[in-house]
Design a protein around this ligand. Structure first.
Ligand code: HEC
Length: 143
């Protein structure tokens, strides 16, 4: 009897732990985590950018435009460009190693939480545009 109760507890332990600890096991990455990992060092926490070096993601014509932002992430970007009336002449590396799903999560996080602009981007749309937009001739650097 004691053994049966014990066995039952052991069997149910992972389920119990999963309910009390949200970090139990592997969680799928979310857009905010991916942004912090890949974009924040340059574009900063709130997407405001950094002086004349890294342009802002708020008030930018790139974020709401599927082709512009996906193309930028796949190929990187080398100025000069104008963002919100200011000139930038920098280099952004390519993020083509990210999956379609990861790119969609990052773009949706920026659109919803940082720039408050643009529609929800589906991973299937990134998959459709990737072969059309990805171009080796304009690639700046890959990981
Ligand atoms: C190493 C620094 C760096 C990182 C990391 C970086 N960027 Fe950039 N990003 C830049 C620079 C510099 C430019 C401007 C390039 C130019 O002058 O042509 C830029 C431009 C942009 C633009 C177009 C202009 C604008 O401000 O809207 C977008 C959109 C963008 N980045 C999104 C991202 C996203 C999303 C990530 C993360 C996946 C990211 N960047 C990671 C440096 C970076």
């Amino acid at each position: 009897m004691v053994w049966r109760v014990l066995k039952c507890c052991v069997t149910l332990l992972p389920f119990y732990l999963a309910t009390i600890s949200p970090d139990f096991g592997d969680q799928p990455a979310n857009g905010e985590e991916l942004y912090n990992e890949h974009c924040r060092s340059c574009h900063q926490k709130n997407g405001k950018g950094f002086f004349r070096v890294y342009p802002p993601l708020t008030d930018s014509g790139w974020v709401a435009d599927d082709q512009k932002i996906i193309g930028n992430l796949l190929n990187g970007l080398k100025g000069p460009i104008v963002v919100n009336g200011k000139d930038y002449e920098g280099e952004m590396p390519s993020f083509r190693y990210l999956t379609d799903e990861e790119i969609a999560l990052i773009v949706n996080y920026i659109r919803e939480d940082i720039a408050e602009t643009g529609a929800v981007l589906k991973a299937s749309e990134v998959a459709r545009l990737r072969p059309l937009l990805q171009s080796d001739s304009v690639e700046i650097s890959t990981k």
